[in-house]
Design a protein around this ligand. Sequence first.
Ligand code: HEC
Length: 109
Amino acid sequence: MHLGRVTHRREHRHGRAGRNNRGPHERKPRYEQYCVVCHGPRGLGDGPTAKATTPPATRLPAPDVRNKTDQDLLAIIADGKGAIMPAWRGLLSDQELQNVLAYIRFLGG
Ligand code: HEC
């Protein structure tokens, strides 16, 4: 797959950069494309539209989010939540859903 090939090239160039070091940067693009506008660059709920929506975009590093399982979060991202949080299934592939989830986990520290 396309993303896979990009990953491989970088792996070769950086030699010993481990999987974990590289991960977040590989996973960022979709988040920046689709999620930043509401959730903000650091997931703090401070994107351009965040304050304009009711409810406001969730702070993704919050304990309430961290404590949810991968499965719960994937379901929310795929199917949406409430009136504002869109459903992303179909627009994002399963792999991309996994990637944005991983990126949210990274933001959450
Ligand atoms: C149009 C604004 C908007 C966009 C774009 C958006 N979100 Fe959200 N998101 C929200 C709002 C608002 C909520 C709170 C929903 C609620 O509780 O009713 C939310 C909630 C969430 C939650 C749930 C947190 C929890 O604990 O319940 C996750 C996870 C999430 N968003 C991830 C994402 C991801 C990943 C993307 C990009 C693929 C994204 N969001 C794009 C507005 C947005």
